[in-house]
Design a protein around this ligand. Structure first.
Ligand code: NDP
Length: 308
């Protein structure tokens, strides 16, 4: 039986691990399918305090992981299929059948990229349709690509893609972006970036093997038109990874865990941290902060149960 299992090795989980490990709890972390979380899919993080020149996302999370390991945190690559409450804590069934038992649990499983959910997207996933510019941008050297979305991610991805693509078009379903001013300005001032307003993707077009364009639907009048491109980068937000907690824990209508301001969930001994419980801020620093809080509360909970 473990004292504390932390699900997720993003910045929330790793920060929780630093605190829990320094409290001698020897936490065990499970990576899930996206080891290191969303930061591993970004390039420069310019707003994490303490890095005046910025820091690479993957480096930041790697440093945090090393820091946790230094104090005795253990990391395991595995995926939890389901979670149940037991008399002594929680039982986690892993994909593959193994079972882990723990006295306390911190869920920091984050959120994964949202897809459009149209049939042609499925057909062209990995053949020109992707959710990660950092991972796939280099495949589009000298090509024309579109970025879907109007948030900070779309702006960031569009800017990043201009390093490779000959032309980047942001397609947004409204007539204004929700992205922060500074990110919008950077994208709009980039000569390689154009914008198509009031349009959504009705279909991805191609020859069955590669994308050759998208069919756009004008959101003001419903008119359809074809738009030529070689790649489609989706930046339309994220979905919290909570499906394995079905039936155990209270989540809101979008699937986010309902945690209180001290990171307690509706179940005693189960804490939440990071994007899995935060649809408002979703920043690396707030995820890290909530990871710290969850770990401190888990430590207090375990101490009350006689675990030191
Ligand atoms: P957001 O939720 O902020 O934006 C998602 C965008 O996708 C919106 O413009 C939304 O449109 C659009 N969208 C959603 N669903 C669809 C759909 N089915 N079809 C077409 N468009 C759709 O997500 P982000 O990932 O951009 O940002 C998440 C958080 O991360 C934010 O807090 C952001 O500030 C932060 N972030 C910060 C960065 C930085 O500071 N460097 C970089 C990247 C992210 P609509 O506007 O119409 O709702």
């Amino acid at each position: 039986m473990e004292n504390l299992i932390i699900l997720g090795t993003g910045i929330a989980g790793c920060t929780a691990a630093v605190y829990a490990a320094r409290a001698n709890l020897k936490p065990l972390l499970l990576s899930g399918p996206e080891d290191g979380g969303q930061l591993t899919l970004t390039t420069d993080v310019e707003n994490f305090p303490g890095f005046p020149e910025g820091v690479k996302g993957p480096e930041l999370v790697q440093l945090c992981k090393r820091q946790a390991e230094r104090f005795g945190a253990r990391f395991m690559v595995d995926i939890v299929e389901s979670c149940t409450q037991t008399k002594k804590g929680f039982s986690l069934k892993l994909v593959g059948g193994n079972v882990l038992e723990t006295k306390a649990l911190i869920v920091a499983t984050g959120a994964s990229a949202r897809w459009l959910g149209i049939p042609s997207e499925e057909q062209y996933k990995g053949r020109g349709v992707t959710t990660c510019a950092t991972c796939d941008g280099a495949f589009f050297k000298g090509k024309e690509v579109v970025v879907i979305g109007g948030g900070d991610s779309a702006m960031e991805e569009a800017n990043f893609l201009t390093k490779f693509a000959s032309k980047v078009t942001i397609i947004h379903r409204k007539d204004a972006f929700r992205a922060s001013k500074i990110m919008q300005e950077r994208a709009l001032m980039n000569p390689k970036i154009k914008v198509v307003w009031n349009a959504e993707i009705a279909e991805i077009i191609g020859d069955g093997k590669r994308v050759s364009g998208v069919k756009l639907k004008d959101t003001t009048n419903g008119k359809l038109s074809d738009f030529k491109c070689d790649g489609v980068f989706l930046a339309i937000g994220h979905v919290p990874n909570t499906s394995f907690l079905k039936g155990l824990i209270e989540v809101d209508e979008l699937g986010y865990i309902n945690a209180d301001k001290n990171m307690h969930t509706t179940i005693e001994g189960l804490f939440a941290a990071g994007d899995v419980q935060d649809k408002r801020f979703r920043q690396a620093i707030t995820a890290a902060g909530s990871g710290c809080m969850a770990a401190m509360e888990a430590e207090k909970y375990l101490a009350e149960k006689g675990v030191h």
